[in-house]
Design a protein around this ligand. Structure first.
Ligand code: ATP
Ligand code: MG
Length: 316
């Protein structure tokens, strides 16, 4: 199936000469939830702004539902709902008329039943006659989503939907996103919260310094990069790893109080049994054993770190 959004060689240099995107290629599939992870200033909002027509690309091409945003912008934009990073909302207006008005801006005929449906879906129906300023922060965010959905878009961009919100509200937003996904909406969200990407996204894209470093299915990413570490706490500290263990890749932990063995979770044989028997033969006594799974966070930090090292290497 053709991707619902196709991004090819996208570049953006701002007027001050800063290059915020350095050639991004990305296909987004209909119905998926894609999380864009990246540090501050990575270019996430820039990417979204270009797709939504708020900024103009310097080079490259984007099609949305087959419509080129450069030549066929109105058709492309109709398919998109955007909840921007900065909260901008008409606080003196009432919820329901405000959402209805958003729909009108896209030239869609009035459809009160549909507006009722989304307000109910976002549990805002009992607030429909309230002024927006009377709502809590979380409800205001949901009004922003309702507005973004008012013209029945097939794609929803959520730029940092849960930045600065408490854990409970974040979970609530996740439920809203899951519901929307079920209704077939393609969702692209940006986030700094790795657990959010892990919980919500079918695929994760890692973006840093204007480059898309990787796009991968969340599950595959966790599996292929997913390493586990076995921590062996020793009864008494040692300053060297016995050769037989070193040969198996065992390393010395902090202060020589532990040994650390990294292994691949997808391998048939982890080698742990051998490690334990070598340990005994080397006469090392252990206090405790524990394992730890590398998380998406470790993967992310590693990737961004590698990019930095590559750049330093290039500069040298
Ligand atoms: N209008 C502008 N003029 C010049 N530079 C800009 C402009 N807008 C953004 N930038 C720069 O482009 C880079 C990418 O910004 P962008 O807002 O896309 O990052 P982001 O990944 O969304 O970051 P955050 O996680 O903080 O929201 C930053 O270095 C930013 O300073
Ligand atoms: Mg941003």
């Amino acid at each position: 199936m053709a991707p619902i959004i196709k991004i090819e060689g996208l570049e953006k240099t701002y007027d001050n000469g800063f290059q915020a995107l350095k050639g991004v290629d990305l296909d987004i599939h209909e119905g998926e939830v894609l999380a864009l992870l990246g540090p501050n200033g990575a270019g996430k909002t820039t990417l979204i702004s270009i797709i939504c027509g708020l900024a103009r690309a310097t080079a490259g091409k984007v099609t949305v539902g087959g419509h080129d945003i450069a030549h066929d912008f109105r058709e492309a934009r109709k398919l998109i709902g955007l909840v921007p990073q900065e909260m901008s909302i008409e606080i003196f207006e009432k919820v329901e008329p405000n959402v209805r008005h958003s729909r009108g801006l896209f030239g869609k005929p009035r459809n009160d039943a549909y507006i009722e449906q989304i307000l109910k879906q976002l549990t805002l129906w009992d607030k429909k006659d309230n002024r927006i300023r009377e709502l809590s922060g979380g409800m205001k965010r949901r009004v922003m989503i309702a507005k973004a959905l008012s013209h029945e878009p097939r794609i929803l961009f959520l730029d940092e939907p849960t930045a600065g919100v408490d854990v409970e509200l974040r979970k609530e937003m996740w439920e809203v996103m899951s519901e929307l996904k079920k209704s077939g909406v393609t969702i692209i969200l940006t986030t700094h919260y790795i657990e959010e990407a892990e919980a919500m996204a079918d695929r994760v894209g890692v973006i840093s310094k204007g480059e898309l470093l990787l796009v991968e299915e969340t599950k595959t990413l966790m599996k292929s990069f997913g390493k586990k570490e076995l921590h062996i706490d020793l009864e008494s500290a040692t300053d060297t790893v016995p050769p037989a263990l070193a040969a198996r890749g065992v390393e010395l932990g902090p202060n020589g109080e532990s040994l650390i063995y990294s292994y691949d979770t997808s391998a048939k044989q982890t080698g742990i049994t051998d490690i334990l028997s070598e340990l005994r033969q080397a006469g090392l006594r252990l206090n405790d054993l524990s394992t730890r799974q590398s998380s998406l966070e470790d993967i992310f930090v590693d990737l961004v770190h590698e990019q930095k090292q590559d750049e330093q290497g290039d500069a040298a």
